[in-house]
Design a binder for this molecule. Structure first.
Ligand code: PLP
Length: 392
C-alpha cells in the first residue's frame, strides 16, 4: 500500500483525547476514580433550549429544518448571534461576517486553512490548547511557541522578537485553557500594535468568554483600532451553555476572510447542523434574558468551586495562579515528587484514583504542571484533595 499523506504524518491525535480514553478505561476497572480532567461543563442544557428543541422537532416538513441550508448558517441564527455578541461583548458584526461552524474547533481549522501556506509561521502563545499546534502542522505551517510570563499573561517583548518575515498569524486564547488567564485590554492593545506593525492576522479563541471571575476590563482584540479586518474570532455554545455535544460554534471575521473559509466549508462539512441552528436562533430571539441568567448561574457555580479548590490548594502549599476565567487551575507539581507531568498524572490516576491532565499537553515548557478541571462537584474536589493531602 502507498503511504498516507505527508499532512497526516505531520500531525498527532489530540493528546487530551488519547488521555481521556485512558482515563475512561481506568474508570471501567475502578469505580472510585474522580475526574478532574473534564474539558466540558457538567451542567444541564438550559431549559429554554430544551423547549425549543421540542418545538423545532415538531414543525412540519421543511420547517423542521431537515434539509440543507446555507453553508454559512441560517440568516436567522446569524442575526441572533450578532445581537447576542453585541449585547454581551459589545462586538458589532453583520450576518455576512459570521459563519456557523461545527464547534469552535472547526472555526480554528477554517481560520488556519484560509490563512496558512506551507512554511508560514504562526505564533502560538503557550500554554496552549494542543489542537492549534496540530492544525498548523496539518497545513504545513511552522509553529513558533512563545511562553507567557509567570502570571500566564502575554509577554509582549518575546512575541515581538519572535516575529519574522514569514510570520503570518498569532493565536491567542482568552480566557485561557489551561491557565485561566484573561488578557486585559492593555496587553491586547500592545499585541494589536504588533499585529498592525508587522501586518499579521490574529486568531482569537474566545470559547470561554462568558466564564470569568475577576472584574478586569475584558474585551476582544478585534475591538482595537484597525484590528477587526485582521482578526478571526472563534467562539461557540459548547462552554458557555454546556452544549459540547451539539457542536455549534461560530466565527467572526471580515467578509473576505469569511468567503475564503467558506471555500473550505462548502467542500467539506457543508452547512453546520441546521436543526440546532433553528433551535438556538429561536432560543436567543425569544429567551435572551433567560439564556444570560443560565450562563451566569453556571459561572457563579464555577466560581464557588474555583474558590473552594484554590483554598484546598493553598492548604496543600502548591504553586498556582488563581484563574481569572475558564474552569481550570494550572498547578505546579511539587518538585519533591521528582516526576514529570505524565508520570505524576499517571501516579494520581493509578494510585489515588484522581484524573487530571499532564501539563506537557499544553506545551513543552509545562512538564512540571498539571491541569485540574473544576467542571466537577465540590464533593469530588473535596475528596480528591483529601486523597492528595496524604501524599504531599
Ligand atoms: N477552544 C478551546 C480553548 C478549547 O479548550 C476547546 C475545547 O476544549 C475548544 C476551543 C473547542 O470547543 P468546541 O466544542 O466549540 O469545538
Amino acid at each position: 500500500m502507498k503511504n498516507f499523506s505527508q499532512r497526516i504524518e505531520n500531525i498527532k491525535e489530540s493528546p487530551l483525547t488519547r488521555w481521556d480514553s485512558e482515563i475512561k478505561k481506568a474508570m471501567r476497572n475502578n469505580g472510585n476514580i474522580i475526574s478532574l480532567n473534564s474539558g466540558q461543563p457538567d451542567f444541564d442544557v438550559p431549559s429554554v433550549v430544551k423547549e425549543k428543541i421540542i418545538k423545532v422537532a415538531n414543525q412540519p416538513n421543511g420547517e423542521g429544518n431537515n434539509f440543507y441550508i446555507s453553508v454559512q448558517g441560517s440568516e436567522e441564527v446569524r442575526k441572533a448571534i450578532s445581537l447576542f455578541q453585541k449585547e454581551v461583548f459589545d462586538l458589532d458584526y453583520l450576518s455576512e461576517e459570521i459563519i456557523l461552524t461545527n464547534g469552535a474547533k472547526e472555526g480554528i481549522f477554517l481560520s488556519l486553512g484560509a490563512l496558512i501556506d506551507p512554511g508560514d509561521e504562526v505564533i502560538l502563545v503557550a500554554p496552549y490548547w494542543s489542537t492549534y499546534r496540530e492544525i498548523i502542522n496539518f497545513f504545513g505551517g511552522k509553529v513558533a511557541v512563545v511562553s507567557t510570563n509567570k502570571d500566564f499573561h502575554l509577554d509582549i517583548e518575546k512575541i515581538e522578537s519572535t516575529v519574522t518575515k514569514k510570520t503570518k498569524a498569532v493565536i491567542i486564547n482568552s480566557p485561557n485553557n489551561p491557565s485561566g488567564a484573561v488578557y486585559i485590554k492593555k496587553e491586547l492593545e500592545q499585541l494589536a500594535e504588533i499585529a498592525r506593525h508587522h501586518n499579521l492576522y490574529v486568531i482569537s479563541d474566545e470559547a470561554y468568554g462568558t466564564i470569568r471571575y475577576s472584574d478586569i476590563d475584558y474585551c476582544s482584540i478585534a475591538s482595537s483600532e484597525g484590528m477587526k479586518d485582521r482578526t478571526i474570532i472563534v467562539n461557540g455554545f459548547s462552554k458557555s451553555f454546556s452544549m459540547t455535544g451539539y457542536r455549534l460554534g461560530y466565527t467572526f471575521s471580515s467578509v473576505e476572510i469569511a468567503k475564503a473559509m467558506l471555500k473550505i466549508k462548502s467542500n467539506s462539512t457543508g452547512n453546520t447542523n441546521s436543526f440546532f441552528q433553528a433551535v438556538i436562533a429561536n432560543a436567543l430571539l425569544d429567551h435572551f434574558d433567560e439564556l444570560v441568567v443560565s450562563y451566569e448561574s453556571m459561572r457563579k457555580e464555577f466560581e464557588k468551586r474555583k474558590n473552594f479548590l484554590c483554598k484546598e490548594l493553598d492548604e496543600l502549599g502548591v504553586e498556582y495562579v488563581d484563574p481569572e476565567g475558564a474552569f481550570y487551575v494550572f498547578v505546579r507539581i511539587p518538585s519533591k515528587s521528582g516526576m514529570n507531568s505524565e508520570k505524576f498524572s499517571k501516579y494520581l490516576l493509578n494510585n489515588l484514583g484522581i484524573a487530571v491532565a499532564p501539563g506537557i499537553f499544553f506545551g513543552d515548557d509545562f512538564d512540571s504542571y498539571i491541569r485540574i478541571s473544576f467542571a466537577s462537584s465540590i464533593e469530588n474536589i473535596k475528596e480528591a484533595t483529601r486523597r492528595i493531602k496524604g501524599i504531599i
